[in-house]
Design a protein around this ligand. Structure first.
Ligand code: MIC
Ligand code: SF4
Length: 640
């Protein structure tokens, strides 16, 4: 039977279940990656498994998020990560070497292999035909220990690209168009597989812009074929020997197909505060722009910065607009520092940051109050920039540069003839900022500074629960809403007691206090609860504060898995029950443990009115066992 690419890779890696037949499948993971903001927890969890060395083909630890060292905390974490990597057989990408997804694409991605990363944008690797998936740190720790990774059996959505991109329109506009059509929950439970004659006009970094932002659609992953363009990229990286072709068989079938005519696309922009709030740039043109940021794992390749510099060459940015550039990797920075691109950017008035996530995660460069910031990034959730009332717009590098020049939202087509760029056939390869693990691991001491606090543990699941609804949220609540990031809170990622005090801070400043006073409770959410990042702190902190269940109309994949991994029961509500529930109500679930064990519906009683709710659990047998054990760490220890 003809197969699509997704099924080819899944079958080669299948350990449990059958795609499309069993509700859940388990796959073998070839490579893992972590970044520093999720990595410290992942490695503490890996250490708790007491395994001497990682069992993957390749594991990488990157430092790219918490790079502002305004106190000892982040530096402590970096040192801990470096020592853990040396000890357990992990390569360590030093701070300054770049954003994990960009560096991994350049130096390590392999078509047809699997990659699991403790970051939701891990699917960037799909740009070169790698099945790359984002997950919580604990799932990555289990994969490093050689365990399979489980996902709900995915549906495959074929995105057929036809036509050619018109001048001034680029990869970012392709993914913004998909967000416009499908929304932030349009691809939950799906793997997007790109095909069609339009694929050929996209280079690997451009494809990676598209697969990266598949995360914003809620997709499990996104994949491009591995073809001549992939070979070209890998050869340019000096890795031609790792290339292999990968394409769907003639006549392969898909669960769904959408077609995008590239020739018909215009420059697009996501307006505040959601990546799917997409309109043509021309519709919002003219609004004053205070800040432009170019960078992030979505759009900071050599191609992207070269386009921007070519547009800015010999010109000055608008006096009221600040332009900030964060190159995606040291490779990109090194190359632009030699070929004149960096000089052109500096001459135009750009502020140059190190190769890291930086402003994308609110690690510096927060815009002024009430301002407009146009960014080439992938998320524009409210408050993520560090300025609660700023309006963040997401756009292509072309649109962003046009805005920086004019000081207002500008369709780049207004600038006249498109710019031409020449890219070299060889990238400058220098892996000296990637440290090999120690050859004598026993002698390596893992260094824990005072910022690294021990892992909190949880008891096995209680028989029953009586607790109050601490908070009721609307739809599409992000993990940034649940566990905010930014320069002030991110340094607490290795300190769960401290970071827990910031839970839901932006939407309900008293949440942590109330949870403490009540000794825990229940959260009620709308649809797509927990969309966005993979940060397991959005589950770990609720666990620490005694949250026993989250009742929601639907969940985002990674967050639901994280809740289960930390022993919090995710319960599906119907619309009427969701409407009825209010903050402050007391709920009782006498048969909690039995329902989880039997994987039946869960009866919940609202105490004051006696109203009965039947919540759906929708658990696989494995998930039920994890919850009963009090989380994945307890479960893994019990089962080894
Ligand atoms: C993000 O873009 O939100 C992050 C920061 O990279 C997160 C990971 C984290 O919270 O540490 C992600 O995307 O998973
Ligand atoms: Fe870093 Fe932003 Fe990419 Fe997350 S989305 S990995 S914060 S650059």
């Amino acid at each position: 039977m003809p197969k699509n690419i997704t099924h080819k890779i899944l079958e080669k890696h299948l350990v449990e279940g059958r795609p499309g037949e069993t509700p859940e499948i388990g796959i073998r993971i070839d490579q893992t990656l972590t970044q520093d903001a999720t990595g410290t927890m992942a490695y503490l969890q890996f250490e708790a498994m007491e395994i001497p060395r990682v069992r993957t083909k390749l594991s990488l630890s990157y430092v790219d998020h918490n790079t502002l060292q305004t106190g000892f905390e982040n530096a402590d974490d970096h040192r801990f990560l470096q020592s853990v990597a040396a000890r357990y057989g992990i390569r360590f990408s030093r701070p300054g070497n770049g954003i994990c997804h960009q560096v991994h694409l350049e130096r390590f991605g392999v078509p047809g292999d699997t990659l699991l990363g403790s970051d939701s944008h891990t699917p960037t690797g799909g740009g070169l035909g790698m099945l790359a998936i984002g997950a919580g740190g604990l799932d990555v720790a289990v994969a490093m220990a050689g365990g399979p990774f489980f996902i709900p059996s995915p549906k495959v959505l074929n995105v057929r690209l036809v036509g050619q991109l018109p001048p001034w329109v680029s990869a970012k506009d392709v993914i913004l168009e998909l967000l416009r059509r499908l929304s932030v929950k349009g691809a939950v439970g799906k793997i997007l597989e790109y095909s069609g004659p339009g694929v050929d006009c996209l280079s690997v970094p451009e494809r990676a812009t598209i697969t990266n932002m598949g995360a914003e659609l809620g997709a499990t992953s996104s994949l491009f074929p591995s073809d001549g363009r992939t070979r070209e990229f890998m050869e340019a990286q000096g890795r031609g020997d790792q290339w292999m072709p990968l394409a769907a068989d003639e006549g392969a079938s898909y669960d769904q197909t959408v077609e995008v005519d590239l020739s018909a696309l215009k420059p697009l922009m996501a307006q505040p505060h959601s990546p799917d709030n997409v309109v043509p740039v021309a519709d919002v043109a003219g609004a004053p722009v205070d800040q432009v940021c170019i960078g992030s794992c979505t759009n900071s390749s050599l191609r992207d910065l070269t386009i921007v510099a070519t547009m800015l060459e010999g010109r000055r940015i608008h006096p009221k607009t600040s332009l900030v550039i964060s190159p995606g990797s040291r490779q990109v920075l090194q190359m632009i520092s030699r070929n004149g691109v960096l000089a052109a950017l500096i001459a135009a008035g750009a502020r140059i940051l190190e190769s890291a996530c930086g402003p994308c995660i609110g690690m510096g460069q927060s815009p002024p109050s009430g301002s407009v910031s146009v960014r080439t990034f992938n998320r524009n959730f409210k408050g993520r920039s560090g300025t609660a009332d700023a309006g963040i717009y997401l756009a292509s590098p072309e649109t962003a540069a046009a805005c920086a020049l004019t000081g207002k939202i500008t369709d780049p087509r207004e600038l006249g003839d498109p710019v031409e760029i020449d890219l070299p056939d060889r990238f400058e390869v220098d892996d000296s900022m990637i440290l090999a693990p120690s050859a004598e691991p026993e002698g390596v001491e893992v260094i824990r500074g005072p910022n690294i606090k021990p892992l909190p543990r949880k008891e096995p699941l209680a028989r029953s629960v009586i607790a109050e609804v601490l908070l009721k949220t609307g739809d599409n609540i992000t993990t940034d809403d649940i566990m905010p990031a930014g320069a002030k809170i991110l340094p607490l990622r290795s300190n769960i007691p401290a970071i827990s005090q910031h839970l839901f801070e932006q939407i309900d400043p008293d949440f942590a206090g109330r949870a403490g006073r009540k000794g825990g409770g229940i959260i009620v959410g709308g649809t797509n609860y927990g969309q966005g990042s993979s940060r397991e702190h959005a589950a770990l902190a609720p666990m620490y504060l005694g949250v026993s269940m989250v009742l929601a109309r639907s969940f985002a994949r990674i967050h639901r898995a994280n809740l289960i991994n930390f022993g919090i029961v995710p319960v599906l509500l119907n619309d009427a029950d969701y409407e009825m529930l209010e903050r402050g109500m007391k709920l009782r679930a006498d048969g909690l443990r039995d329902a989880v064990e039997g994987r039946t519906a869960l009866e919940i009683i609202e105490e004051s009115s006696g109203t009965r709710i039947l919540g759906k659990l929708d658990l696989s047998e494995r998930q039920s066992r994890i919850l009963l054990a009090g989380g994945l760490l307890n479960y893994t220890r019990e089962s080894v």
